[in-house]
Ligand binder design. Structure first.
Ligand SMILES: *[C@@H]1O[C@H](CO)[C@@H](O)[C@H](O)[C@H]1NC(C)=O
Ligand SMILES: *[C@@H]1O[C@H](CO)[C@@H](O)[C@H](O)[C@H]1NC(C)=O
Ligand SMILES: *[C@@H]1O[C@H](CO)[C@@H](O)[C@H](O)[C@H]1NC(C)=O
Ligand SMILES: *[C@@H]1O[C@H](CO)[C@@H](O)[C@H](O)[C@H]1NC(C)=O
Ligand SMILES: *[C@@H]1O[C@H](CO)[C@@H](O)[C@H](O)[C@H]1NC(C)=O
Length: 915
């Protein structure tokens, strides 16, 4: 705007001298005296109002407004009109007559629309096409002139998906390949009549077009910027979910990067100084020889940072980087809106308070951690600890790193691990809006605020809570929401467990608390047991149920030896002479341990640190395999790493086994293995559950060679004659003795595999055990998979990362879930995951999937989704006598958020581990 103003007089042919004084006075006013506080919108109509939108009255809602530190809840109505909230609580609507759409919320929870402070929606759009995203510039380290708006694709499938999760506003940040990545923009996700990127913007800065004359009477608007202090040397992006290696950027060190920052800010500071001198002279009427206003299009946004007009968002993990940024903010006197990712912030709260201006907010993932050195000390307790230090906690998606559709799940987990209810909801609504400088119009349910709301099917912090309707600018976004009734207890916020002890250990150990369990003694007695489920190799059964509190269970050397009333189990015969360890489950249960599959759990410590991992298998179709290896096949068991933090976190969450295939990029052949996540090394009793489980391969698009060549290879190997060791394993597959697990998503490939299976079976008169893993599009062939007896392993919440997996069954509120559609055709379904940190979340995934099927799934079937089904589909056999059981202590409710794992009974390893 500065530029345009100065340019105007010359272009208009007037003598600059005449106009300059007035202009400069307004400039001076804007730069130096304007107090930069946005005012609440008090317009009669939103600037985003879409003409023709009918007014809507939502009646009988339980409204979480976001006010009073997130503690205010009002029972009443909400009126939406002209893109704004026109009433909250109790008010008359007579003036509207019948010109009003009325929705009965039936007492459901209504919250503000979710505001995501970190997304790459549109810039990193899905399905990803043309091999590259528009998220980063690769042309320099410091590129403050780049603008995320310029890459915003309006056809990202994510908009509709994220809206279906309640997200209404996102800050679209440039990616993190650069130190200063450029300017970020706030968008609302709904479709607009104009269909343009610009029409999605919310209060864009005036700088999006430079043709406007400076008007000091305009209300100030925030600009947004993204930076990152560490240009990680050997910074690698490995997107496990897309199965593609995106390449490596070898670049500067921390010292280089902080210098680059200082140099850039110094440049901006000098420009600012010249501008201020210019304005002072103009104010004093010293126009002689004043010349052009000092400015530079490349640096103007950094000058605005120094003038306090930019919300600076910093991608920053470790104490060393946080310290560097805090020093920089003081050296150049600018404040930081939020530190993002920020995995070590909870270890240095006092450092954050030293930042210039006010302490930055901290935008976190809940449990996505340990993927690189910078994230290794990430803790699920970070939100709670930061909040206890009075710092503002935000949860963010980094979409598509996490699918922002499920940003609510991040807040739910933060709450589960101790962030108070009011702050957990504020972390994705009011507080994120405030951190973006937009709290004057979004993030609250408040009269005159934007009409962005979500009506939920249950309490928003209850697991699997799903929007029944989403409003953006007063416009309903879900056409025919596909939602089910939830159990009535899900209308209350969950009574989450106490983790005080774990928090203290985390802090005492600088973010790396000991995770190894403590052996609980030869005899362990569990009291106040309400349910006991056990399993064999094929199914899960309930063997004890007690609605009261009296049940007991006794374990000896890790094996359950008695379940029932005290009178039945408290006998000399059962207890023996050893003094038992007693654990009160407080109405909790004992259930089979779950089995993780999909990620390289057990082969990897830190994803982006090659020195900590088994590494990648050779690709026989695209890489030259040395002669010495001809005829061999890679076995995951040979690469197993025990005691990895993610395996131990999984173990403590009740995921006691892992099945892993060799890590690979594309088409490869390897043998999977099953192991105990709680074992300390391979030679320990029970550490290896099954040396070889199944033969794994993967059919990928965009791989070399073609899909049809990959299929031809499989056909040759299955039809024989067998050659070498790999051939021998394929003979076993063709004979139906070993499952073949094919990782693929496309319905077309799955159909081809079903044809190939029939072809081989006809030729060999056998029945092949085929399992499809990944399988985003499997639901399209549910009937055929059921008939062919081919089971599938699914990601619990599918996402259309690439073209071959875009036809997802998104699940409620957009459709029925893939699990439900496949089960309807008797297809065996198991759940899988992509990255090792996700293994611990399998219990949540299972419970959530079972809540998304309209109450049609028993607890036994739900547990099977994450245990016996997974094992069956992957060729692992775990007998009842060897199966781990998990003791869950209840905290008062019966949802998974209302219990905590306190022990593992491991007959295979001969111990009860207590936490
Ligand atoms: C906001 O809520 C949190 C947690 O419930 C509490 O610790 C904090 O003191 C509250 N802040 C204010 C200003 O009331
Ligand atoms: C520039 O953008 C502003 C704000 O979005 C808009 O009001 C104005 O009309 C635009 N100017 C031009 C010339 O397009
Ligand atoms: C069972 O739970 C009740 C209620 O929490 C508690 O008072 C009692 O001590 C528990 N009994 C045992 C044997 O742990
Ligand atoms: C699934 O199995 C059940 C029980 O065996 C059977 O009644 C039902 O017809 C089957 N459904 C389909 C679609 O095959
Ligand atoms: C869910 O199940 C209930 C009861 O079985 C049924 O009435 C309802 O139609 C189902 N909902 C959907 C969306 O299928």
């Amino acid at each position: 705007m500065v530029k345009s103003y100065i340019a105007l007089p010359r272009e208009s042919g007037l003598k600059p001298r005449l106009l300059v004084p007035l202009a400069l006075l307004s400039l001076a006013f804007l730069f130096k005296y304007h107090s930069f506080t946005a005012s609440p919108s008090n317009a009669q109509q939103s600037d985003r109002f879409s003409p023709g939108t009918r007014p809507t009255l939502i009646k009988n809602a339980k409204i979480w407004t976001g006010l009073h530190n997130g503690t205010e809840v009002i029972s009443g109505d909400i009126l939406l009109d002209k893109g704004l909230i026109k009433g909250v609580g109790h008010f008359g609507t007579a003036s509207y007559g019948s010109d009003l759409d009325v929705i009965d919320a039936k007492g459901r929870w209504v919250t503000p629309g979710i505001v995501d402070i970190h997304a790459h929606l549109g810039d990193d759009s899905s399905p990803e096409l043309n091999g590259a995203s528009d998220t980063n510039s690769v042309k320099g380290t410091i590129v403050p002139w780049m603008r995320s708006l310029d890459g915003l694709n309006t056809h990202d499938d994510s908009y509709a998906l994220s809206i279906s999760g309640g997200v209404t506003t996102s800050l679209v940040l440039p990616g993190s390949a650069d130190a200063i990545g450029g300017q970020a923009f706030v968008i609302k996700l709904r479709k607009t009549a104009e269909r343009s990127p610009s029409s999605m913007l919310l209060e864009p800065p005036y700088q999006i077009n430079a043709s406007e004359p400076l008007d000091p009477s305009l209300p100030p608007r925030w600009r947004h910027m993204k930076r990152k202090p560490k240009y990680e040397s050997s910074f690698k992006i490995w997107l496990v979910l897309t199965g593609r290696y995106l390449g490596a950027v070898y670049s500067a060190t921390r010292m280089d990067t902080i210098w680059a920052f200082r140099e850039a800010y110094n440049t901006a500071a000098q420009i600012m100084k010249k501008q201020d001198e210019y304005c002072s002279k103009a104010e004093a009427g010293e126009f002689k020889g004043l010349g052009d206003f000092p400015e530079d299009l490349q640096w103007e946004s950094l000058v605005d940072v120094l003038r306090g007009k930019v919300k600076v968002n910093v991608h920053c993990y470790e104490a060393v980087d946080l310290d560097g940024l805090v020093r920089l903010s003081n050296e150049f006197k600018f404040s930081i809106a939020a530190f993002h990712h920020a995995h070590e912030t909870y270890l240095v709260p006092d450092l954050l308070k030293k930042a210039y201006g006010k302490p930055p907010a901290v935008a976190l993932f809940a449990t996505n951690a340990r993927y690189k050195r910078e994230a290794y000390r990430g803790s699920e307790f970070a939100p709670r600890i930061l909040a206890e230090h009075g710092l503002t906690v935000l949860m963010k998606s980094d979409h598509p790193v996490l699918d922002s559709r499920h940003l609510l799940f991040e807040a739910q987990q933060a709450h589960f691990y101790g962030l108070p209810e009011n702050l957990a909801l504020a972390a994705i609504t009011s507080n994120s809006a405030e951190a973006m400088g937009l709290g004057h119009r979004i993030g609250y349910v408040r009269k005159d605020w934007d009409a962005d709301l979500v009506m939920w099917d249950s309490h928003p912090l209850a697991l699997s809570s799903t929007p029944v309707q989403v409003f953006i600018d007063g416009i309903a976004q879900l056409e025919a929401p596909h939602v089910y009734e939830k159990p009535s207890s899900f209308q209350e916020s969950p009574k989450v467990p106490n983790f005080d002890k774990e928090v203290q250990l985390t802090l005492d150990h600088d973010g790396l608390p000991p995770l190894r369990p403590v052996k609980g003694g030869e005899v362990v007695v569990f009291t106040n047991v309400s349910n006991v489920f056990v399993r064999n190799s094929a199914s899960v059964q309930s063997v004890y149920s007690n609605s009261g509190f009296g049940g007991v269970a006794v374990a000896r050397n890790g094996r359950l030896v008695c379940t029932g009333e005290r009178s039945e189990c408290f006998t000399d015969e059962v207890l023996g002479s050893v003094e038992p360890v007693v654990v009160d489950l407080k109405g909790g249960s004992i259930e089979p341990g779950l089995t993780s599959y999909g990620s390289p759990l057990g082969l990897e410590n830190i994803n982006q640190e090659p020195s900590t991992n088994d590494g990648f298998a050779l690709e026989p179709l695209s890489q030259r395999v040395p002669n010495i290896l001809s005829g061999t096949i890679t076995r995951a068991i040979d690469g197993l790493l025990f005691n990895t933090r993610d395996a131990l976190y999984a173990y403590r969450a009740g995921v006691t086994a892992g099945i892993t295939a060799p890590t690979h990029y594309g088409f490869s052949l390897g043998l999977g293995t099953a192991f105990s996540t709680g074992a300390s090394h391979k030679l320990e009793t029970g550490a290896v559950i099954q040396e070889v489980t199944a033969l794994h391969t993967s059919i990928g698009f965009d791989d070399t060679p073609s899909v049809s060549t990959q299929i031809a290879t499989l056909r040759k190997l299955l039809m024989g004659p067998s050659e070498g060791l790999a051939g021998n394993w394929f003979t076993k597959v063709a004979e139906g003795l070993l499952p073949l697990v094919v990782e693929t998503h496309s319905a077309d490939v799955i159909a081809t595999l079903l044809t190939l299976k029939a072809e081989v079976e006809a030729a060999k008169s056998t029945r092949i055990k085929l399992t499809i893993s990944g399988a985003n599009e499997a639901h399209l062939l549910a009937e055929y998979l059921g008939k062919a007896d081919v089971g599938v392993l699914l990601f619990p919440r599918p996402f259309p990362y690439t073209w071959d997996r875009r036809r997802i069954a998104p699940g409620p509120p957009l459709s029925s879930s893939a699990v439900q559609q496949l089960l309807a055709h008797n297809v065996t379904v198991g759940l899988m995951n992509a990255e090792i940190w996700q293994a611990r979340n399998l219990p949540f995934d299972v419970a959530w999937a079972s809540l998304d099927v309209n109450g049609s799934m028993s607890k036994e079937e739900a547990i099977a989704l994450g245990s016996v089904n997974v094992e069956k589909l992957l060729g692992a056999t775990i007998e009842a006598k060897d199966a781990d059981l998990v003791a869950r202590q209840s905290t008062g409710g019966n949802s998974l958020f209302e219990s905590k794992v306190v022990g593992i009974l491991s007959p295979r390893r001969g111990v009860v581990d207590l936490f």
